[in-house]
Ligand binder design. Structure first.
Ligand code: NAP
Length: 608
């Protein structure tokens, strides 16, 4: 791998930009916050339930006792199941809505889909399954195939329950099992349940008035309708040649899709409320010479290096192994400290944050200058510029996105001033008073990520011991031990962003959680227990630890333009990272390892 040089960034007027950032935020804030979005239950059930890739085959309801039911067959569920198998828990079964494993990579098949973070960090268990991604940023197909590879490698296909939606979860105290209700009328009784639904599982729709009136074709990007568009994940949507297409959404998905729609459609209208940060993609094939240099443990080392860039700061001389837009601010800060002999400032957290902020502003200015250099029409270029701090929104990466706006068949419709598309009619969309007639609307409008948990999960009832509703138990915030188990919910484990360590590679987080869950389940079994649950004291103790060690970054989030990262600017910010254990992901690893090392299962009760 080549040395990663700092990126030259321009001088900025920090104070003036700060004012501009706040004005741009205010332009977009909506009092309804997250309530502005429609759930699929609001008349769009098929946008979630229907599987266009593997239509669900009819089957008789099942009645079965299951050792461990893992709910979700994306990377989270696959990693948990793999770790359970390795820990000797053979009777675990994945239950999954889709017709195959893959999760987001199963559902999202839009043209241009590609992972946005370094594949060598992101794709899990590479060394274990003996696979090397073919590119630095693997295609969606390669990610999906990797999920299938993990499924095969660990023998997870045989007893998986696919094309099945979990609708209810109820603890049966008599049986000491979870009763799992599904859309197939099944009666599944699981001793243990692991929630592995992932953060991006459920699409949401923009709450634009009149959305139900449109008489043309509409679909969500997470259920791409190739029967309508033609083509496949690589593009070639020949059936759009005579179509006027609108897309709502310019987040990570929109960035992937828009260049392909621009090439294929007769005319493309991009309705943009907030511009994304768009850095170059700069993808590259995996270099076999580099692969030959890798030593066992290389993936974990790389993930840790990425974590340092994203959540901490590089030390003097520390290499930037990932070397892309995600790591730019840390890389440039390191170069600045070298050049100014300024490393002493790093001992003061406030000074560190100030220095980091300057690099952040400069990096964002580099993006805005890049837009001026690529986009020919100055009005369009200005509308495409992101005025907010790095990581206020999910950054995007594409070599084709900005040039698409130079095409004569592409119109950027800036709807920032009206806080979104004003209305959808039978024939098209109204923005700034003008109706744009279209044949098709693509919703690249994202997912239920930080909306209310019941809406996100779509599981009701969800009740633990004594009929305790999970939604009531967590109404005031998460309450768990280690972000994994909760009092009143025996034998139930969580993965994802709840109350644990967070890192730049989501899949590394799943691995950390999976190892701990597998340990507890196998220990409980070895000790002959049928139920395991944290005490109320242990749960409250962990909540207190999380609160006491928390770093308050709400000031940063409040200054951000609205989006799911800051609960659309709502007063109560619910982070997409949950309530992280701020001492860090690797500190969390130490906490969990030390806990396991004692062998005491401290804070858990068996067979209470
Ligand atoms: P998203 O980031 O939530 O973007 C939703 C888009 O819809 C935003 O541009 C939003 O505008 C727009 N929108 C919503 N309501 C609107 C309205 N009424 N009028 C006009 N525009 C409206 O969704 P996403 O792009 O699907 O991405 C979700 C997450 O999935 C990403 O952040 C990322 O974590 C993950 N993802 C990853 C990859 C990858 O790795 N390659 C690809 C895709 C997605 P505002 O910005 O103004 O709210």
């Amino acid at each position: 791998m080549q040395h990663c040089a700092p990126t030259p960034t321009p001088e900025i007027d920090h104070a003036a930009l700060k004012v501009k950032y706040l004005a741009e935020r205010d332009k977009r804030l909506r009092p309804e916050g997250q309530a502005q979005y429609l759930a699929t239950e609001d008349g769009f059930e098929d946008y979630y339930d229907a599987d266009p890739y593997t239509p669900a085959a009819p089957r008789a309801p099942m009645s079965a006792d299951i050792g461990v039911a893992v709910l979700g067959g994306g990377f989270a569920g696959l990693i948990v199941a793999a770790r359970l198998k390795r820990a000797g828990v053979a009777d675990c079964r994945i239950i999954e809505l889709g017709g195959d494993f893959g999760g987001v990579w199963y559902w999202n098949r839009y043209p241009g889909i590609q992972v946005d973070t370094d594949s060598y960090c992101y794709l899990p268990l590479l060394e274990e399954v003996g696979y090397m991604p073919t590119e630095k940023y693997a295609s969606g197909r390669e990610c999906y195939e990797h999920a299938q590879r993990i499924g095969r490698h660990f023998g997870l296909y045989g007893d998986a329950i696919l094309s099945t939606k979990v609708e209810s979860l109820e603890w049966d105290a008599g049986l000491r099992r979870w009763r799992i209700g599904t859309n197939r009328g099944d009666d599944l009784r699981a001793r243990f349940v692991v929630m592995a639904q992932g953060p991006f599982n459920k699409p949401k729709l923009p709450g634009v008035p009149g959305i139900g009136d449109f008489e043309g074709h509409m679909f969500h990007s997470a259920r791409w309708d190739y029967a309508y568009t033609g083509g496949d994940m690589t593009g070639g949507m020949d059936r759009l040649a005579d179509k006027r297409v609108a897309i709502i959404g310019t987040g990570a998905t929109g960035i992937g899709v828009i260049p392909h729609l621009a090439r294929a459609a007769r005319h493309l209208y991009v309705f943009q409320r907030t511009p994304s940060y768009i850095d170059r993609r700069g993808n590259s094939r995996t270099d076999p010479d580099w692969v030959r240099t890798l030593k066992p443990g290389w993936q974990k080392e790389r993930q840790r290096n990425f974590h340092t860039a994203a959540f901490e700061a590089f030390a003097p001389g520390q290499p930037d192994l990932v070397c892309d837009g995600w790591t730019e601010v840390s890389r440039n800060l390191q170069a600045h400290l070298d050049a100014t002999d300024g490393w002493a400032a790093m001992a003061d957290p406030k000074k560190f944050m100030e220095l980091r902020e300057i690099q952040d502003y400069r990096a964002m200015q580099r993006q805005r200058d890049r837009i001026d250099a690529i986009v020919e029409d100055p009005v369009t270029a200005e509308a495409l510029k992101p005025y907010y701090r790095f990581l206020c929104k999910r950054p995007g990466f594409s070599d084709d996105y900005l040039p698409a706006f130079n095409r004569p068949n592409v119109t950027l419709v800036d709807v920032s001033g009206t806080k979104g598309v004003e209305r959808i009619t039978a024939k098209g969309l109204i923005a700034r008073g003008d109706e744009h007639e279209v044949d098709c609307i693509v919703f690249a409008s994202g997912f239920e990520i930080t909306t209310d948990l019941d809406r996100r999960l779509g599981i009701a009832p969800f009740t633990g011991r004594d009929g305790l509703s999970l939604y009531d138990h967590w109404a005031g915030g998460y309450r768990t031990l280690h972000g994994l188990t909760s009092h009143g919910f025996p034998n139930l484990f969580w993965t994802g962003f709840i109350q644990g360590g967070v890192t730049a590679s989501t899949t590394a987080m799943f691995e950390q959680q999976a190892a701990h869950i597998a340990y507890i389940v196998s220990e409980a079994r070895t000790r002959g227990a049928t139920a395991v649950e944290p005490t109320a004291e242990a749960q409250e103790g962990w909540c207190q630890t999380v609160r006491e060690t928390a770093v308050d970054n709400t000031a940063f989030q409040r200054e951000c333009t609205p989006g799911y990262y800051n609960s659309e600017g709502e007063q109560r910010i619910r982070s997409h990272l949950g309530e992280p254990y701020w001492p860090g992901f690797y500190a969390m690893e130490d906490v969990l390892q030390a806990w396991r090392d004692t062998g005491d299962l401290e804070g858990l009760v068996l067979d209470a």
